[in-house]
Design a protein around this ligand. Structure first.
Ligand code: XMP
Length: 326
């Protein structure tokens, strides 16, 4: 709209004034904030911006390709994609404690990002998708929800001479404003209104030790769940169940249970479905999804994802259960 269009020209002018002819690096995660920051900064300075997209192998199905298609493809943004799956899986081998996993993923993320950034020797600025609630949050105590890349602040392993200055064009915006800005900048609605996704990704949705095989199964189960949520419209509200829930995802349980298939028995893994409704993510209700929807998702996962023979639905509120299972 008109007001947002005005906002964009002001923001663009401000970014141009700040960085002049300097080069800027931005860590693109595929999340809403870093994506909108990238689109805005690209609008302002074009090829002076280089994005670094670290794929830790714990993203959702096709997420890496979609990020590349949208930014490198559609918007013409310079993006360096780093596939660090093996490196992350190696570090995570044998580790099952949730906080230890978070630390490893966060730490490794910074290392990979820094190593890649250090190659961009002309860069003078580090851009981040910090939004107003992050500013407030880090003014208090650091929470576990703080995004890795946002708390990175140039203290990692970048060479001394780089000493990047911080560029945070979304610092004054609330989430809903960031979303409107994203749409106005040409990002797909679907992407901009996505549910939140934790920094450690599927790493905290695979209970215990993370393995690539588990991640591959979980990605497919999760994609089926999300696809059916988007497809199923609630008659009372006219909205689909993806939009009616605040967060929804599949969780991989590394336990095997018995099933039957044809004449034989199977002994395979379990997937739990989690869907919640919440305002602030501090408390949450489990979503009363229609039985038909749950049935379709369960059938599809069991039929289409070989290796999973049982699907359960999580009916726990927060508190005492958290939204994530780890
Ligand atoms: P819980 O599970 O604590 O989650 O009820 C509340 C919200 O925080 C997200 N979450 C995280 N986000 N890094 C993140 O960036 C994390 O380690 C992390 N753990 C939880 C969770 O997805 C939910 O939206």
């Amino acid at each position: 709209d008109w007001v947002m269009g005005d906002y964009i020209s002001e923001a663009v002018a401000k970014i141009r004034e700040q960085v002049g002819t300097d080069e800027v690096i931005l860590g693109l995660s595929g999340g809403v904030d870093s994506s909108v920051a990238a689109a805005l900064i690209h609008r302002a300075i074009g090829d002076q911006l280089t994005c670094v997209f670290v794929d830790h192998g714990l993203l959702r199905l096709n997420e890496g390709d979609m990020v590349m298609e949208m930014f490198a493809g559609n918007l013409g943004v310079k993006v360096i994609r780093v596939d660090a799956t093996d490196q992350f899986m190696g570090k995570l081998a044998g580790v099952s404690d949730p906080e230890a996993k978070r630390k490893i993923i966060g730490g490794e993320f910074i290392e990979v990002f820094d190593a890649e950034s250090a190659k961009l020797t002309n860069a003078k600025w580090l851009a981040q998708g910090t939004i107003y609630p992050d500013v407030i949050e880090s003014a208090g105590k650091g929470k576990k929800t703080a995004h890795t890349i946002k708390s990175h602040h140039n203290v990692g392993g970048l060479p001394e001479h780089m000493k990047l200055k911080l560029l945070e064009p979304l610092r004054e915006l609330f989430k809903d404003e960031v979303r409107k800005l994203g749409v106005e900048l040409g990002l797909p609605r679907e992407m901009v209104y996505r549910h939140p996704f934790p920094g450690p990704g599927l790493g905290v949705r695979i209970l215990g030790e993370v393995k690539k095989d588990y991640a591959d199964l979980l990605r497919r189960a999760d994609a089926i769940f999300i696809e059916e949520l988007r497809k199923t419209v609630d008659e009372q509200t006219g909205k689909n169940w993806y939009d009616l829930t605040s967060q929804a995802f599949a969780v991989f349980l590394p336990v095997k249970s018995v099933g039957v298939m044809g004449d034989g028995r199977t002994y395979e893994y379990v997937v739990a479905l989690r869907a919640v409704q919440t305002q602030d993510f501090m408390t949450a209700y489990w979503a009363h999804l229609p039985y038909e929807l749950l049935g379709t998702v369960s059938n599809r996962i069991i039929n289409e994802v070989r290796g999973i023979n049982r699907v359960v639905y999580d009916v726990s509120g927060k508190p005492p259960a958290t939204i994530e299972w780890e």
